[in-house]
Design a protein around this ligand. Structure first.
Ligand SMILES: C[S@@+](CC[C@H](N)C(=O)[O-])C[C@H]1O[C@@H](n2cnc3c(N)ncnc32)[C@H](O)[C@@H]1O
Length: 288
């Protein structure tokens, strides 16, 4: 007889043997989705017998996870901040590290003041949507080169009832945009091209290349972004950029060279420098 708990244990062991990162949690999520049971059922009624149809439903999902498809793609959702976002293979799965970018952005926006926010490379929309959900007076523009990603972002905006404050735009970073913006945020692709194949299969095989590939040294997007940020930022406005491990100094230098004034570097929970913030460097004093 297969019960909820025996299936959970069995799947956990198979995921573990395959080298999956979080086998306990993933096994539980696959059972919840594949057998249409609730978390509470697994806790309160672990010896419930599963039907053949339920087992088949779960096994179909387990096969995908064993092929290292990300759990977020299989479940179709990912939690971020206090919200939930739809995720598809067309967008980067939102990462906990990116909450630091959101935190920096929120610091620069007074809760009760109107503001115009730009997010360059929105993916699922997670950064702009989280910021606007916390700042009811703010409006935003969200840009991505990928139409497919924008479709996901738009759907997430609709689910959170935030689209009336957002213009979703297909484009190449800031090209053709009209400033000024009080806050510019971006989590651009920053993995060096040659490194991508060395990443976990969940990332290398399943995440969109456009969301990962930062060119030979991983810094191509920052080179393109800095002059645009300089041109689009309001006097007194701020920017915050997520960066890859070991890139903060180089990104700081690129900002400086483009006429921006870097302000600080913030480390994530693992101690990795993860966000570079800054403002416009003004020639005249007294505009901030
Ligand atoms: C690392 S993902 C970040 C997605 C999302 N902001 C997040 O933090 O989860 C980078 C995003 O930039 C987009 N992108 C890449 N090149 C771009 C370009 N030239 N112009 C606009 N967006 C671009 C990708 O399609 C992808 O959605």
């Amino acid at each position: 007889m297969t019960t909820l708990v025996s299936l959970w244990t069995d799947i956990r062991k198979r995921l573990e043997a395959e080298g999956v990162d979080s086998p306990v949690l993933d096994a539980r999520m696959l059972i919840e989705k594949g057998a249409d049971v609730r978390r509470l059922d697994i806790v309160t009624d672990p010896r419930r017998e599963m039907t053949e149809a339920q087992i088949e439903g779960v096994e179909a999902l387990v096969a995908r996870r064993l092929a290292r498809e990300p759990i977020s793609h299989i479940i179709g959702r990912k939690g971020f901040w206090t919200l939930e976002f739809a995720v598809t293979p067309d967008v980067l799965t939102p990462r906990p590290d990116t909450e630091l970018l959101v935190e920096a952005g929120l610091e620069f926006l007074a809760p009760d003041k109107p503001a115009r926010v730009l997010d360059l490379g929105v993916g699922s929309g997670v950064v702009l949507l989280t910021v606007l959900s916390e700042r009811p007076q703010a409006v935003g523009v969200g840009v991505d080169l990928s139409e497919a990603a924008l479709t996901v972002a738009r759907a997430n905006g609709a689910a959170l009832d935030l689209n009336s404050r957002i213009e979703w735009r297909a484009g190449d970073w800031g090209a053709g945009l009209e400033g000024p913006f009080d806050l510019i945020l971006s989590n651009p692709p920053y993995i060096a091209s040659a490194e991508i194949e060395t990443l976990a299969p969940e990332v290398a095989k399943f995440e969109p290349r456009l969301a990962l590939d930062g060119g030979a040294d991983g810094l191509d997007a920052y080179r393109a972004l800095m002059p645009q940020i300089r041109a689009l930022l309001a006097p007194g406005g701020r920017f915050a950029l997520e960066v890859g491990k070991g890139q903060a100094q180089a990104v700081w230098a690129l900002a400086d060279a483009a006429g921006l004034q870097p302000l600080d570097v913030r480390a994530d929970l693992a101690g990795v420098d993860r966000v570079v913030t800054g403002r416009r460097r003004e020639l005249l004093l007294g505009d901030d």
